[in-house]
Design a protein around this ligand. Sequence first.
Ligand code: ZN
Length: 394
Amino acid sequence: MYLIKGAQVFSPVFLGQKDVLIAGSKIVAMAEPDSMSVDGASMYEIDGSGKILMPGLVDSLVHIIGGGGEGGYTTRTPEMHLSDAVCAGVTTLVGVLGTDSITRTLTNLLAKASALQEEGVTVYCHTGSYQVPARTLLDGIDQDLLLIEKFIGVGEVAISDHRSSQPTRQELARLASQARVGGMLSGKAGIVSVHVGDSETCLQPILDVVSATDIPIRQFYPTHINRSQPLLDAGKGYAQLGGYLDLTASTTPEILAAGEVKCATALSELLASGVPASQISLSSDGFASLPDFDEQGNLRGLKVGDLASLLNEMRDAVFIEGVALEDAIRVVTQSPADILKLHNKGRVCVGSDADVLLLDESTLTLETVFARGALMMRDKRLLKAGVFEQDKLS
Ligand code: ZN
């Protein structure tokens, strides 16, 4: 058991100074400072004064087994390790495939998700990939959702992109209906994670499905909305219809120079235009290749998405863009958890999973990480690393 004393608690709603008690994998009590006393040799006290206590980050899009490969075999990105999540404050992740669903497989994805889960963080996956019809493990998206515990949705399905399989309205509608029914039958989100590319059609393929069918706009979870100003502007209208928007935190100077809107800036712009924080999330697109194409579509170079970009953009949103801390925290915790129907995640309350971060109050630097009640990092010192990265433990 851990008693974290006197931190400023953001649930993400600001609750003031509280003591927070963790037992096993859960938060079991929260109370006014010094009002709880717990006896027992297995109780550890942690001083939370001068710290912000917030939920562990929920990252809705991570290429946990690597991705990329768009410039040939040597450009396939490496897979992630536990410390990539812990050092970034990410305690819940959704693993996905991307462009390549031939050499990257759903079986490999599930095995990696199970490994990370055993090592201490919580991992879900989406079935499918960029392709439509979706490549699934069993006989369809609905079967994958209903029969395989870790699958909570499908994607990232690519639209408005030269790498997309250019699905027709009917194909996209069929895919979403399978995800919807599979989600209903399994009590999961059945969300359709949608990779939105550079083309001028922006979010129109989703809107076409929504207007032609009874599938609600909230079945879809489009990402990379900050990849250009026109797409971000289209996102504002899309959100007015009730839709969710996911912004990508990982970037490079070249990508920003080519017209991407910095994630923190895009967040501030969406909030200022009246989009509620509950409809916005940030994801890292971790371990994706960050491709740099020239005007002829030739690949010039590659970098790899970084989970730490989430906390960096949360911080920049507060310190550079003047976004309220509650909102900046919500879009990396409760919003993605709610969209993905992960009701024990992304919040600090009695009964929720003890995924908890402590940050320095003035700099928002990450210091301490709990994942499902286990202390993974303490005062910036990594305490738990993956099986093949034990050298990272000092
Ligand atoms: Zn993508």
